[in-house]
Design a protein around this ligand. Structure first.
Ligand SMILES: NC(=O)c1ccc[n+]([C@@H]2O[C@H](COP(=O)([O-])OP(=O)(O)OC[C@H]3O[C@@H](n4cnc5c(N)ncnc54)[C@H](O)[C@@H]3O)[C@@H](O)[C@H]2O)c1
Length: 337
């Protein structure tokens, strides 16, 4: 049995407590939060879980073998570091840290101590994303040409990160899960309408040297909620609409072929618009899959789908995007080891 301490019981923490309480071989021992009113809520909901405002109470309990960090990102690094130093396995909410230097330090520490380190990129455990992965891997979609994501709504303005750091981790992790190549550069623009200067509308383009491109639109200032990813392949195209209650993934037998006329001066485009297929999706709650993956990494030493590598790569993209925004959309090279 893996004894878990969850740090942060705000918006997302309750989902983690519920799932870590339901998956096998996992027991939530502690919930830590600085706000007494949040501890009162958990005491009512789960009287058997111990609560405290002090992280040390959980760290000093030998029943705790793993820590889940679900606080705002500015505290991720320090809390995760403290937990690893105490010999605890660590799961960190997305985005992993505020910089790649911080993420690298945690990775080195987890390796030195032989502890599991994982980042919760929840979408990688959804039936929709897993189905899309199967469709791409089977060759049905053909070669990927573009990945175009829109994640906008009248969102909660975060006090410590801009809209890209808040929303784009979902789409960047999905992109990296679906497509094995890594980009060579990014360019991004954004604008802030608040005195803290944190962008609430931002656009990120991710460039590859292998024939595809990715683009992300993120906003907390939209009158409508859109959660849509379009993936274009040489054979078929996919639409993933996460706002749709049931038919989230649609596969369009749509495409075009390009020819030139005899003297190669004129483009001849042949369009094809065929059937639309709605695949059946696995219904298990994504967070339950994520929680089981973390428990398995601890107990069996398996590599999680959403491992530290994904977490670190996502932070690298966000960091490069931030530099690009600062320089009015300048292309910023990016390196993955
Ligand atoms: N995976 C997902 O789909 C998903 C969804 C939402 C949020 N998140 C992530 O979860 C994390 C938390 O987001 P949230 O929306 O729940 O934030 P929140 O502000 O609603 O809650 C954070 C909680 O952490 C507590 N806290 C802050 N510092 C603390 C400390 N040092 N020790 C103990 N408690 C502390 C706060 O009191 C608060 O209750 C963020 O990293 C966010 O990006 C992930």
């Amino acid at each position: 049995m893996v004894g878990i301490a969850i740090i942060g019981y705000g918006y997302w923490g309750p989902n983690l407590v519920r799932n870590f309480s339901s998956v096998s071989n996992s027991k939530v021992e502690w919930v830590i939060d600085l706000r007494a009113e949040r501890l009162d809520v958990i005491k009512k909901q789960y009287p058997n879980i111990k609560t405290s405002a002090s992280f040390d109470d959980a760290l000093n309990d030998p029943a705790v073998t793993a820590v889940v960090v679900a606080t705002p990102v500015q505290y991720h690094y320090a809390l995760a570091k403290k937990a690893l130093e105490k010999g605890k396995h660590v799961l960190i909410e997305k985005p992993m840290t505020q910089s790649s230097a911080e993420a690298e330090e945690l990775v080195a520490l987890s390796k030195e101590k032989g502890l599991a380190l994982m980042v919760d990129h929840t979408f990688l455990y959804t039936g929709a994303v897993r189905k899309i992965k199967d469709l791409i891997s089977s060759g049905e979609i053909g070669d990927i040409q573009y990945f175009d994501s829109t994640r906008i709504n009248l969102g909660l303005f975060q006090p410590d990160i801009n809209v890209l750091w808040d929303l784009a981790p979902h789409d960047i992790s999905i992109l990296f899960f679906l497509i094995n190549d890594r980009p060579v550069s990014v360019s991004a623009t954004g604008i802030s309408h608040t005195p803290n200067g944190l962008e609430n509308v931002a656009y990120l383009t991710v460039n590859y040297d292998t024939g595809h491109i990715a683009h992300f639109s993120c906003s907390w200032s939209s009158p409508v909620k859109i959660r849509k990813i379009l993936i274009g392949g040489t054979k078929k195209m996919i639409v993933f609409d996460d706002v749709e209650p049931s038919e989230k993934v649609k596969v369009y037998d749509t495409g075009y072929s390009v020819k030139t006329d005899e003297d190669k001066r004129k483009l001849l485009i042949d369009y094809r618009a065929g059937d639309i297929h709605v695949p059946k999706l696995e219904q298990r709650e994504a967070l339950a899959g994520m929680a089981s993956d973390f428990i398995s990494a601890i107990e069996k030493g398996t590599t999680p789908v959403s491992d530290w590598q994904v977490g670190l790569e996502v932070v690298r993209v966000l960091e490069a995007a931030q530099e690009s925004i600062k320089n009015k959309g300048k292309e910023v090279q990016i390196k993955f080891q």
